[in-house]
Design a protein around this ligand. Structure first.
Ligand SMILES: CC(C)(COP(=O)(O)OP(=O)(O)OC[C@H]1O[C@@H](n2cnc3c(N)ncnc32)[C@H](O)[C@@H]1OP(=O)(O)O)[C@@H](O)C(=O)NCCC(=O)NCCS
Length: 185
């Protein structure tokens, strides 16, 4: 189990799947996570989610430290051993947006990815209209590496898909500018 200032990151439990399905079914969340059709997700999606949780390099629930409220998840997946690269995904319930939680969790997980998992890169893609996510990824050191133009159809418009990554060396350099994240409890 990991802790940041306000949050706890812990392994998935059976009781979390109900909350995870609520999160994935929220239309403001689902449309930012999938390049597939945004449709209500049921039993089949839950089965796939269970397989995903057990097969990923890291899949943790984010909860508040104070009262154990379910906030969301963060995950590292598609790890390539030779190139030491893994993909990052995360989502929070909309009621927790705008409190700096994503920034807090990302700072911890990036540090953990480089210092404990020995990764060299953490990569992700984000839709061009996802202003909050792009802002937070930039803030914690992700750099834009490429753009797939008009690659995703959302809300009646084409959106670019933006590829971003942070390198271990970028992260080390950025740590000179601020305090280290809290360590594992
Ligand atoms: C992306 C997400 C994880 C961000 O979580 P969060 O806890 O709200 O993020 P933070 O509060 O740490 O930071 C968000 C930043 O974006 C800013 N922001 C939010 N909405 C914005 C908007 N529409 N335009 C510009 N900036 C915006 C906030 O002001 C904040 O910046 P600041 O710290 O400089 O004030 C959350 O919105 C989410 O779960 N979205 C749905 C799923 C998703 O998009 N996942 C990522 C897929 S790549």
């Amino acid at each position: 189990m990991f802790e940041t200032d306000r949050l706890r990151l812990r392994a998935v439990r059976e009781a979390d799947f109900e909350n995870l399905m609520v999160l994935f079914n929220h239309d403001r969340v689902e449309k930012m996570l999938t390049s597939g059709f945004v449709v209500p997700l049921g039993v089949k999606a839950e089965k796939e989610l269970r397989e995903m949780c057990s097969s990923r390099l890291l899949y943790v629930i984010i909860e508040t430290k104070d009262n154990h409220e379910f906030v969301g998840f963060i995950s590292l997946w598609d790890a390539q051993m030779k190139n030491r690269d893994a993909r990052l995904g995360m989502a929070l319930l909309p009621s927790f947006w705008g409190r700096g939680y994503a920034t807090e969790v990302l700072r911890f997980i990036i540090d953990y990815a480089f210092r404990q998992l020995a990764l060299h890169r953490v990569s992700l893609h984000v839709f061009g209209n996802n202003t909050a996510a792009i802002k937070v990824y930039n803030k914690v050191g992700f750099v834009q590496e490429g753009v797939q133009r008009k690659a995703n159809w959302i809300d009646g418009k084409w959106q670019d898909v933006i590829w971003m990554a942070v390198l271990d060396e970028d992260w080390e350099a950025s740590k000179q500018e601020g305090p280290n994240p809290k360590t594992v409890s």
